[in-house]
Design a protein around this ligand. Structure first.
Ligand code: SF4
Length: 384
């Protein structure tokens, strides 16, 4: 790792202006952005949001994960609840059938996802595994040609990226996870180079490379900057930013190294370093960003809808409300703002069950007030 000194003179607004005029953030700029004082966070977000809007307008891309095979992985990734060494009480199962995978994917597509991510635990797929995933990809693309399909199956061997491309996959995900200089601290059973080779392999086969990070592993700010510039150089077109979920029973249990503000600064720095790439808020979004989630949408243009691989996400309806309430539109549904969502019924059930069905917007905007029956004037404890 080369030593980079932060440039104390960086002004986020001026840096954004310079990037919009064809410039680029340097590593020193990025280090300074990461160290933005908390009281100046809003200025950083405001500047970064100009870059987001320049390339992605006010759209949010929804991605949906289908965990095809969960747990029992022989690799030693310390952050992962699916490793054989993990005692985390996650769901463990072998390959979903094509029908089961299709059923799961259809839930996400129905919720508005424009990309389905087919994920399987393990070091990498066998030939047979690529065949079974290829079958799912083919069916997904046949039935939903407008939906992108991304596979995430680990380290690829010769010919496997080509086979997935042939089946119709659009993208391949393989995260670098962290900086090269920190990689050996988090896993011993494969190398950083194994990971970058797979990203290159996928790219060479014509798959859109998706590679990102996990932050909060104990890496330094310099290493976050190192990793972001590595992703830029690697040509990652979509960059998921995962915030460590330190599951009990994993080696990183109890490592809560991040604050919501620090997460915001990381997302902002990613936007400045990679202004035109899809920046996705990934695992750990809810528990780390907390009430700053909506603000993070000013920087990131992509999220996962629903649950993650082994952890639950917040309710999909809450994500959709957050997007709508903050003035964003879902990618692929830009013309459907006044959509009636098959008329959300007054009882919340299926279309047509109630006489005074509302539009989606009305249903979301109007929350009936709850009459206070606690605190002053009552014998109940106050809400404080
Ligand atoms: S290779 Fe993937 S599934 Fe296996 S332990 Fe590492 S991150 Fe988890």
């Amino acid at each position: 790792m080369t030593t980079v000194n932060p440039d104390q003179n960086v002004n986020p607004g001026q840096l954004a202006e310079s990037i919009l005029n064809g410039g680029a953030a340097t590593e020193a700029d990025a280090l300074t952005l990461l160290a933005t004082p908390d009281e100046e966070l809003f200025g950083l977000v405001h500047a970064g949001s100009r870059l987001r809007r320049e390339h992605f307008g006010m759209t949010i891309k929804l991605n949906y994960l289908v965990n095809l095979k969960s747990g029992m992985c022989p690799e030693s990734c310390t952050y992962c609840s699916q490793s054989l060494g993990s005692k985390a009480e996650i769901l463990k199962y072998s390959w979903l059938s094509t029908d089961e995978a299709m059923e799961q994917a259809s839930m996400g597509i129905g919720g508005g996802a424009s990309r389905v991510c087919l994920v399987a635990s393990g070091r990498g797929p066998s030939r047979r595994d690529v065949g079974r995933v290829g079958e799912i990809v083919e069916r997904l693309k046949d039935e939903n040609p407008e939906v992108e399909v991304c596979a995430c199956l680990g380290i690829l061997k010769e010919g496997q990226a080509e086979a997935l491309k042939e089946a119709g996959a659009d993208a391949y995900n393989h995260n670098i996870n962290t900086a090269e200089s920190f990689h050996d601290n988090i896993v011993k059973t494969h190398t950083y180079e194994d990971r970058t080779n797979t990203v290159e392999h996928a790219k060479a086969a014509g798959l859109s490379p998706c590679s990102g990070l996990i932050v909060g592993l104990g890496e330094s700010d310099e290493q976050i900057v190192e990793a972001l510039f590595a992703l830029k150089a690697l040509g990652s077109e979509s960059i998921p930013i995962n915030f460590l979920v330190p599951f009990d029973g994993t080696p990183l249990e109890g490592q809560w190294n991040l604050t919501p503000m620090q997460c915001m600064k990381i997302v902002a720095t990613a936007r400045f370093v990679c202004p035109d790439r899809e920046i996705r808020l990934a695992g750990g979004r809810e528990i780390h960003l907390k009430s700053l989630q909506p603000m993070a949408l000013q920087l990131a243009n992509s999220i996962f809808l629903g649950d993650y691989l082994t952890a639950e996400g917040q309710a999909a309806a809450d994500d959709l409300a957050m997007i709508r309430d903050n003035g964003f539109t879902i990618l692929g549904q830009e013309d459907e703002e006044a959509r009636t969502e098959e008329s959300v019924g007054c009882c919340g059930a299926e279309a047509g069950c109630c006489s005074d069905s509302k539009t989606t917007a009305e249903a979301a905007t109007h929350t009936d007030p709850v009459i206070r029956r606690r605190g002053a004037g009552t014998a109940e404890v106050a809400n404080a």
